[in-house]
Each structure stands twice: as C-alpha cells, then as structure tokens.
Design a protein. Sequence first.
Length: 224
Amino acid sequence: MEDKVKQPGKRARAQMIMDTLQALYPEPPVPLDHRSPYELLVAVLLSAQCTDERVNQVTPALFELADNPFDMALQPVEKIRAIIKPCGLSPRKAAAISELSKRLVAEHAGEVPADMEYLETLPGVGHKTASVVMAQAFGVPAFPVDTHIHRLAQRWDLTKGTNVTQTEADLKRLFPKERWNDLHLQIIFYGREFCSARGCDGTICDLCRRCAPQRKRAKKTRKA
C-alpha cells in the first residue's frame, strides 16, 4: 500500500515558501511607478480594484498636472477625475486625492508622514494602502494583505482567516519581521506568474503542490 504524502508543518512550509520566493524574486521591485512618498500614496489609492499596469499608464499625466499636495490641492476635482477615469471609481478617487492633498498641506506642510495611524485617517486610504506606503516609501516593516495574498495564504494553509485582517495577523506571526516588506511583494509576483485566481486552484502550481501534497480537490478561498 502506497504511503500518503505528509503535509509539511506550518513552520516548515513558511521556510520553504520564503526560500522559494527569495530564489525567484531576490530583489522584488515596487510595481507602482513613483518618485516620492506622495506619488506612491496616490498611486496605491488608484490601484484599488485596478491593475498596477493601468495605474502606471495613468499616473504620468496625473503627476504632470500635479506631483505634490500643494499643486494637487489647487486642481478642480473634475480635472483630476478626467485623468484617472481609466482606473475606475474615478469620482470617489478624485475626491479623495483632492481632499488628502489639502489635509497634507494643512496638517503636515505638504509632507507625507511616516505615521500609520495618521495615514489611515486620510480620505481613500485604508489600512492596506497605509501599510504599502509605510513599507515601500519609508522601509517600515509592514505586511499589506490584499485579496490576492489572502487567497495564496489560504492555498498554502498558512491561515484560516476569513478576512484580510486576520490573515495579516497570521502571516506576521509566521514570518520574521525583517522579511515582511519583501515577502509582500514576492507573494504578489508569484501569484501573478504562477498562482493566479484562474491559473491555479490550490493544486496546480509548485508551491501549492509542495505545501499541500495531499490535496486532491480545488481549495475554496474563504472570502476576504
């Protein structure tokens, strides 16, 4: 009788995942084009329900119009909206860009502060966006979890979280703090290349097979 293949323990899976992702993406680039923390903040805001590729197509024209809070705060919201329309949700995003720019001018002399709690209070900026800015603009350890990372963490049996908040907490406990920023990006790149929503069901890609060798059926993702 053939022995069943045992699933490696959670810590062993985490180490295997880190080693694999580090080999594949040793220096993961920031996928959103930007030249300053402010441009990154706006780009991440625009990326909600939109691809990074589309955002990178839109932001050159937006930042030519205004690449700092002082100039952006002076722009009519409709002018901002006309440029960012391809990103979707343009009325809400344009209003948020205008309002957060005004607040940065009034409250922080036009600078984006390295302050998670403050960033989360800005219009259109939730915990994930603030975490991305802290990690990628300021190098502060953070583990932004979007629906894609949430899905892969479940496929790799790293979490049983039913929402991104719980999944983020589980991943932070599992992985060393000094790896959070790179891992966030590495998991995103791996998901896009090998373990997309349609390209893998939890049984196809290399990491899914190694993390759960006993799995025979598609892994159903709990909602984020």
